[in-house]
Write a protein that binds this ligand. Sequence first.
Ligand SMILES: Nc1nc2c(ncn2[C@@H]2O[C@H](COP(=O)(O)OP(=O)(O)OP(=O)(O)O)[C@@H](O)[C@H]2O)c(=O)[nH]1
Length: 678
Amino acid sequence: MAAATAMIIFAQEQDLNLCWQSGWGGSACRYQKNRKEQDEIWEEERDLGPSSKTRKVGGHSNMGRINLEVMQGNGHLRTNGEVNDKKREGTLSKPVKVQVQKGVFSPANCVGNGAAHSGQERTSCGSGCAHEAELEDPEMDAPSDDATLARMAGAVRVLLQGLGEDLGRDGLIRTPLRVAKALRFATKGYRESVRDAVGTALFALPGSSGGGTVVVRDVDTFSHCRACLLPFRCRCHIAYVPGAECVVGLSKLARLAEVFSRRLQTPQRLAQDIADGLASVLAARGVAVVVESWHIRNACEADCTLGASTSDWVPSVAAAASGCFCDPQEGLWDEFVAMLGLDPEVESRLEAPPEEGRILYQRERNGLLASPELCPFGRPGGPGEFLVDWGLEEADSDSSGEVFSEIAELDEERPCAMHQDPEMGARQHRRPASGTETLEGGDAREAALPQMVAAVETLLHAAEGGDDVGMTQDDVSMTAERYARWLLSATRGSQQMVDGVLTERWPDEPNGCSHAQSREQERVGMQERVGNGVSVGILRGQGNGLGGGATELVTEISVPLVSQCEHHLLPFLGKAHVGYVRGSNAGRLDRGQVERIVSLYSQRLQVQERLTKQIAEAIASSTHAEGVIVVVEASHMCMMSRGIEKVASSTATTEVLGSFKTDPKARAAFLRKLPRRH
Ligand SMILES: Nc1nc2c(ncn2[C@@H]2O[C@H](COP(=O)(O)OP(=O)(O)OP(=O)(O)O)[C@@H](O)[C@H]2O)c(=O)[nH]1
């Protein structure tokens, strides 16, 4: 089924209801409304989301038009007015009258539409509507969105097979299509332009040229890393000084940030793209952009360095400026930065105004560009890793906590250090050190790598729309390999058994993380003794001196985890909190062992509920504890970077086994130990 677009022209808009129903794999509906009020055209555009539902989008205005795009499915509209088929490019054609049926209008029942509609009428719609029709546009350019998505879904199937997954298992059946849609969404900025984003929202404002700075702050977006394809969080701050007596609609600055965020990016490129984009449509005296960003840590290191002392996200900041913001005499850069109210550490790194035509960026020590550690292909010699050389000088390896280490400037022609060295590709690949792949079946998975890389390349090209609109062939192949390796690495626990990870000795890492740290954490780990559910004290260390028959509550709090959502192949990351009631004859796990259990079940395609249950069951079987409780708190990228886009949302799941089920006091004692969220 093709995507379909309809345009409704209305004279008097009255609480318009849109109704659509999924054909296969859900449907998505995009709504764009232009209304004219007092000689100003107001535009409104939003994604109405997937699945079968009816949503009221109406309002009241005197005249206007609505574009409605129904993706991948049967769409039918309920509204008043006139329906026009619309070509993909937006050309109006073939006006179609619609007929009222119980207040419901369906394009399939158009009066006099004849050849105008190719939609197939159905006899029932299954959603309570009087009629159902497929809104197909026979003139839509090939490949249609459906064909693109189908191609992308095929590539995702290759990836899942490469990971050794059963494509028919529950949870994975719709994953290929979901991933395809998610990536299409993540790259929708390639199919959008600055002019589309700004539209007609340029307003003459006499006297504005001599005025002050306009700043739109805290525009939160998600982008996808050009190097590894994983999403990273951004907060954009955009400023300009008006020129030519003209200002731009404020929301359009946020839209610009969204357009460029929905491309494969690095923070500094994103800052520059937004600045250039704004400068291209607005005659401003100067433009300035600061992009704060947070990239997921290297999940390959999750089993050692993602310890409680480290943050889940690695921050960096990038900036771009032009015109008057680059003139230190005017002091506008300082004023802009001061208005952002940034963390002093970050602010101190933005002291100097960027020179005209150059990008100022700052990076974290061992950060996104200074070293590959932010990306999943990070630390040389890590499991299943290869060295990524970004073509920049090595960052100082001292990670003593200083956040930013360098300020670098690049020529405009070389906006991204990753792309500046034509020989980079040759230097970029280094095979994993021997012995770094320790998984059973690792060879088979490693052998699937070439097909997986090709599949990711297919995905990227299809997501772009087949045009060369921003990624060179080289970029794609490098990105594809990193992403394929990330997937392999992020699911490397899928073939391991819990017995294996509990008995295996964890090698101390060269940088001193992991085992030594775990032992220390275990030494000071708190145990709470409970008898019949009553807390009687807190002990430290291994020997608790409890007599026979006594029990103790052992807790391991904030065990970090990074897992991979099996629905969208996007990471979710957070912490597991583990408690178990240990009788005198039961075993006890040190923190390192708990961390390994958590890693084992995190490093596979998961849903959070199953992960929580598996951790609890593994703790129970390996300790013979009387009761086990596990709470997992995690943030899901699929909730943050796409779909509902709730950046601050997080999910908590609990699994309770044995005596914890019947002992509310023991549960309460455990829950009191959880870190407070606010
Ligand atoms: N219960 C549960 N759901 C999850 C987990 N990870 C992802 N999901 C959800 O899986 C669901 C998949 O729903 P679909 O409607 O098939 O996919 P979708 O169109 O991408 O859905 P949206 O996320 O709402 O855009 C979404 O609601 C996700 O939030 C998880 O760990 N546990």
